[in-house]
Write a protein that binds this ligand. Structure first.
Ligand code: ADP
Ligand code: ASP
Ligand code: MG
Length: 440
């Protein structure tokens, strides 16, 4: 039996025991499926706080936080199961995970240990859910993601390894319709525990769907699909019924939190539809992402914070060729991708979202000219129909934002998006103005 679909349930979808129970009717149809689970909502944040305390040598505070979380999970076990053997197994499971986390308070803390701690959220949620199904006599298999999910030396999914290993694991359980696994977690090229970065369970689902060539990848979350603006900042946002892979990828990359920035790509490469659904309102249609593009002047807006802009000015650039190459080589040396770029005859502005090497990059760029750095910037991305054969230049966008200083504009790079750089302090206002002018 082939795997028909992947169903990924995010943090809120497994956020409490009622929500976990509510998943059962959603996964018990006859399709053979992979169920990818995130950690219960708030858990990964708590684990990050614990690892931050351990990095800061605040071992006592870390222990207090670990014990608080342990108590919370024992309560989850009490609420989740109704029979003695499952209650007992549940409490033992929680203690084994928290004893493991607690062990790290006794040693010098490293990056490797941080990743091992962060993995506990997904390991716990999947075991709790698997046992819940067992208690209900619903047949399922728990397939450890650490047995097949792997990234290469560049942090990219190792598709060959993943395909070989997941298929080998699945063969062992050929008659099982429900296969549960962890999102987010993986092994790196050295076999150590690693992860696909925050929000990475979406990416896990898409990678698994792509290697198994399923019919559909479903991302179940707490909202009925992709909205045309960020509902955390703007009221009256509306769901978009259909998006193309390109549009969804662009919006996810530029800040639409509903999808991990890399999660569209594996599905796009294998042309597998991605459906966004709401576990709180399972009958809502949600959003379907396919290779189809339904052209609309303006479709959606997203915003990405934490951007730094570097402005390089050099008279040597005047009439020179090869200057941009020298600039790009510096970014390449620090493995830092550039998001937006804008050039004039003597100056160039670039934005980056990874500021780990910002000061080194700026120092090296100063060999080429004067450099100005500004942090706390936001990229606003507007997705719509901006094909070059269109007349006009999206005047509604610029009219909407005529009170907001625009620091950079990227137009013409893509037929379906325009990006603008603004100060982060203006973000909420800009998103609201765009919603009002483009969608209401
Ligand atoms: P999960 O835990 O299920 O992965 P996330 O919190 O990562 O859920 O993503 C869902 C959230 O994304 C929504 O609750 C919403 O606040 C936020 N969000 C941001 N931009 C959008 C958008 N354009 N459309 C829908 N949701 C969005
Ligand atoms: N639990 C992880 C996080 O909170 C992964 C995910 O939820 O997608 O980032
Ligand atoms: Mg998410």
């Amino acid at each position: 039996m082939n795997i028909v679909k992947v169903m990924k349930f995010g943090g809120t979808s497994v956020g409490n025991t009622d929500r976990m129970r509510a998943l059962i009717p959603l996964i018990t149809d006859s399709d053979r499926k992979i169920v990818v689970l995130s950690a219960m909502s708030g858990t990964t944040n708590s684990l990050v706080e614990i690892t931050d305390l351990l990095y800061g040598d605040s071992v006592n505070d870390a222990s207090v936080r670990i014990e608080e979380l342990r108590v919370r999970y024992h309560q989850v076990v009490e609420d989740l199961y109704s029979t003695e053997p499952f209650l007992k197994t549940g409490h033992e499971l929680i203690d084994s995970h928290f004893d493991y986390i607690n062990n790290f308070t006794l040693r010098i803390f490293t990056k490797l240990q941080e990743k091992a701690i962060l993995a506990q959220g997904e390991l716990i949620s999947t075991s709790l859910f698997h046992n819940l199904l067992k208690e209900r006599n619903i047949k399922s298999i728990l397939l450890p993601a650490l047995n097949f999910m792997r990234i290469d030396k560049d942090g990219e999914p190792d598709y060959f390894y993943i395909e070989e290993n997941i298929n080998r694991e699945l063969k062992k359980h050929a008659s099982n319709a429900i296969i549960i696994t962890q999102g987010f977690i993986c092994r790196n090229v050295y076999g150590e525990i690693d992860n696909l970065k925050r929000g990475g369970s979406d990416y896990s689902a898409s990678i698994i769907g792509a290697v198994l060539k399923v019919k559909e990848i479903q991302i179940w979350t707490d909202i009925s699909g992709f909205h045309n603006n960020d509902p955390r900042y703007v009221e009256k946002t509306k769901v978009i019924r259909e998006l193309s892979f390109d549009e969804a990828a662009e919006l996810a990359y530029f800040g639409a939190k509903i999808l991990h920035p890399s999660s569209v790509n594996p599905a796009r490469v294998k042309n597998i539809p991605v459906r966004l659904k709401n576990t709180l309102e399972p009958d809502d249609e949600g959003t379907l992402i396919t290779s189809n593009s339904v052209l609309l002047d303006y479709k959606a807006v997203a915003a990405k914070d934490g951007i730094s802009v570097l402005r390089i000015r050099s008279d040597r650039m005047l009439m020179a060729y090869g200057f941009l190459r020298k600039v790009f080589e510096i970014f390449e040396a620090y493995r830092t991708p550039i998001d937006m770029i804008s050039t004039s005859e003597v100056a160039i502005s670039l934005t980056i979202d990874n500021s780990e090497y910002l000061s080194q990059i700026a120092k090296d760029l100063r060999e080429l000219g004067s450099v100005e750095v500004e942090e706390n910037q936001t990229i606003i991305c507007i997705v719509g129909d901006f094909r070059i054969e269109r007349t006009g230049s999206a005047p509604e966008i610029f009219e909407a934002l005529n009170t907001i200083p625009l620091k950079m504009i990227s137009y013409g790079g893509s037929p379906n998006s325009i990006s603008l750089l603004i100060d982060t302090t203006n973000k909420t206002e800009a998103l609201r103005l765009l919603s009002r002018n483009l969608f209401e």
